[in-house]
Ligand binder design. Structure first.
Ligand code: NDP
Length: 689
């Protein structure tokens, strides 16, 4: 009997329940190396108490993760990514047993780990060091400004369940885990049976690392049993796989009656278009051919983002067919255990059967085989296995419906001729919503028409040409900072995209209250909330002393005509509004000559600054600067600077302080508003020690 993968449930590694004869129950499903047919392991979740698993996540993992600030979660993600990175050789060895070549393993393993690093940055750089995220600015809701609104995002006291596809056992888990953990969610991972041995190895290391609070991550190898029966309003399911399974899961009562959130990323008939400008001999033609071959063969085409429909100008169809089949002929198909192999088998013999059946459906509907089909070329170990499918290029007229319906989830793509760009845009849309499309063209007008025409049907669009080809990450690579997901048939979900995906797992709430109450709730000073001017200059306070609302008022200072002239001459900014009374008066916005906006900001700095060395280390920028009332010579400026947001850094001796700057004139009109960004020591004098 092969090893049965354990599940990590309720804080222990749990083997499936055995029957009375001592062998595992018949619900065990076997995982084989698709290249060799060797049995590797089995999975079964028999005996797992899913109610207890959900309760463990909710009651133990959730509170521990939610107690951490976004930055603390980010620091853990970074430590975890570093820890896994040191162990990647082991994962690469296991990856070969899933049918993935060494190069495929890079996408899955290294890609997954780098996604964790990326989410560590998102949590530490784009989120505050607290547990509340402010979504957008304060909305003014009343004339006297005693009543305002602010959207906040908070962690949901539920659990996030991942159900992953077989094609990326590591990336598929980590690209969801990063945002879920950053969002304060405990996570239950259910990998696909095929490839579960690799997910199991990575989760084992994650648990062994001791970096995560207990209950933050559980692993279910095998079926999900009655897991969904225990999910409710605060829980989320993130699914990747077939549209059929997505539909089944989305119709569970936890989703339809109890409102469990359900995100799906499913089948996708992605297009790639060759521009009419990119005929044979052009750089873009070669790029198109190379990209199509890469997308057909990487992961043996088992990528949700792979190109399925290759749209080419009718007059170039034969040239593209010849060039692509020529390159495919040079692709060595074989066992990933053999270093010469460029493309491995599919994940299993069953999956290969599905792909062969899809090819038959396509050809029966009218598609013609350009190359591939049944003629398998293999080399090395396991070459006779049923799991091998050769790279298969088909061609079909756009009116062959099956081309837009049937996803052959393997090394298969269909060339489809188009006669005009508007027709091409319509053809792309017949996929009924896809994850990604690409346009290969150097003509901006072609690119604009295709991108704007196809964007409503796609989550991501890559434009490839001679200018970006060298650095382009390619059609098939989702990136942590960019949205991955697509409308319609692609599932309607959205993953990745930097902070967007973290916020998906949180609850957005509109809070309406007085400025003081908003300040108390959010921990961020809200305009019109109380200010505190006593207690000394706020620039004299380190982060242990500084409080939200601490304020310095500077001024008034008169702005003279000499100041304006001096500033104009000194800086070279002699724009007529500052130097020519008559021309300035003719401008509808100005009463006559006015002070430079930058003069106002400079004078304001002179009014609020504390010149002596102290805990304020640096000013690293201004944000949201707006000049509102023009300043005429003779006007007097007053600046009010208030500590708005304090963000200590977890791993440094300093943190960031955002100050609200308000510049007014002698009539209390607002002259300018902006945020000043500074770095301030946690403890005065400690940052250099
Ligand atoms: P499935 O939809 O069958 O499986 C995806 C995941 O869902 C797996 O973890 C699977 O577990 C699980 N699952 C299946 N049924 C249930 C259920 N009733 N309850 C809970 N979990 C369930 O996809 P396959 O992996 O079989 O792939 C089939 C097709 O899906 C491919 O040929 C391709 O067309 C498409 N696909 C699309 C992907 C995408 O990213 N867009 C990725 C992978 C596949 P288990 O493996 O244990 O059955």
């Amino acid at each position: 009997m092969t090893e049965i993968l354990t599940s990590y449930a309720c804080g222990t590694w749990t083997a499936p329940a055995a029957d009375t004869s001592g062998t595992a129950q018949p619900s065990v499903r076997t995982i084989c190396d698709p290249a060799t047919g060797t049995e590797l392991a089995g999975v079964s979740s028999a005996g797992i108490d899913f109610a207890a698993v959900v309760a463990h996540a909710r009651d133990t993992g959730g509170p521990a993760v939610r107690a951490l600030t976004f930055h603390q979660r980010g620091v853990i993600l970074k430590a975890l990514a570093t820890y896994l990175n040191e162990r990647r050789d082991r994962y690469h060895a296991i990856s070969l047993t899933t049918g993935a070549t060494a190069r495929d393993g890079l996408i899955d393993i290294d890609g997954g780990i780098s996604t964790l690093f990326s989410y560590s940055s998102v949590a530490r750089r784009h989120m505050p060091n607290s547990t509340v995220y402010l979504d957008g600015g304060v909305e003014r809701l009343s004339k006297r400004q005693t009543f305002a609104g602010q959207h906040i995002c908070t962690a949901r006291p539920g659990v996030s369940v991942q159900i992953n596809a077989f094609n990326f056992p590591v990336w598929g888990m980590l690209e969801k885990f990063g945002p879920m953990f950053a969002a304060g969610q405990p996570v239950i991972v259910k990998p696909a049976t095929n490839g579960a041995q690799l997910t199991h190895a990575v989760v084992t290391d994650i648990i062994d690392s001791g970096l995560l609070p207990e209950g933050a991550l559980q692993l279910i190898c095998g079926s999900t049993g009655d897991l969904f029966d225990h999910l409710g309003e605060q829980d989320t399911i993130a699914f990747t796989g077939s549209a059929t399974t997505a539909r089944t899961l989305a119709s569970h009562t936890c989703v339809t009656e109890r409102g469990t959130r359900f995100f799906a990323e499913a089948d996708s008939l992605n297009f790639s278009l060759l521009g009419p400008d990119a005929g044979p001999g052009s750089e873009e033609f070669d790029l198109y051919v190379r990209q199509l071959v890469t997308e057909m063969t990487a992961k043996a085409g088992q990528k949700c983002t792979a190109i399925r429909r290759a749209l080419v100008p009718a007059e170039h169809l034969d040239a593209v067919a010849e060039a692509v089949s020529g390159k495919l002929a040079g692709v060595t198909v074989g066992s990933p255990h053999d270093e010469a192999t460029r493309m491995g088998p599919l994940v299993s013999a069953d999956q290969a059967d599905d792909v062969r059946e899809a090819i038959s459906t396509l050809t029966a509907a009218g598609a013609e085989v350009v190359c591939g089909g049944e003629a398998t070329r293999t080399s090395g170990e396991g070459s006779g296995s049923r799991a091998f499918v050769p790279p298969t290029l088909l061609k079909a007229a756009a009116d062959v419906d099956a081309v837009h319906d049937v996803e052959a989830f393997g090394p298969v793509a269909t060339l489809v001729p188009y006669r005009s760009l508007s027709e091409a845009v319509e053809i792309a849309a017949r996929g009924r919503g896809s994850l990604v499309g690409s346009v290969v063209s150097h003509d901006p007008e072609v690119v604009r028409e295709v991108v704007l025409g196809t964007a409503p049907w796609h989550g991501r669009i890559l434009v490839l040409d001679r200018d970006d080809a060298k650095e382009s990450t390619g059609h098939g690579s989702p990136l942590p900072t960019l949205v991955h997901g697509g409308p319609g048939r692609a599932g309607g979900g959205e993953e990745l995209g930097g902070i967007r995906s973290v916020l998906h797992y949180m609850q957005r709430t509109a809070i309406q209250a007085s400025p003081d109450m908003l300040t108390a709730i959010t921990g961020t000073w809200t305009p019109e909330a109380a200010r505190r001017t006593e207690g000394g200059h706020p620039f004299g306070k380190d982060l242990s002393e500084l409080r939200i609302g601490d304020t310095i008022v500077g001024g008034p200072r008169e702005v003279t005509l000499e100041d304006v002239e001096h500033f104009a001459e000194f800086t070279g900014d002699t724009f007529y509004a500052h130097t020519d009374e008559e021309a300035a008066a003719a401008n509808p916005f100005f009463p006559g000559r006015v002070a430079h906006g930058y003069l106002v900001v400079s004078f304001a700095a002179g009014l609020f600054v504390k010149p002596e060395p102290g805990p304020v280390l640096a000013n690293y920028g201004l944000e949201n600067l707006r000049f509102i009332t023009p300043v005429s010579p003779g006007d007097e400026l007053t600046v009010t600077l208030t500590a708005k947001q304090i963000t200590p850094r977890e791993t440094d001796e300093y943190g960031e302080v955002r100050w609200d700057a308000l510049v007014t004139n002698q009539d209390d009109d607002i002259v300018a508003t902006y945020d000043v960004l500074t770095l301030v020591e946690k403890e005065a004098g400690k940052s250099k020690s």
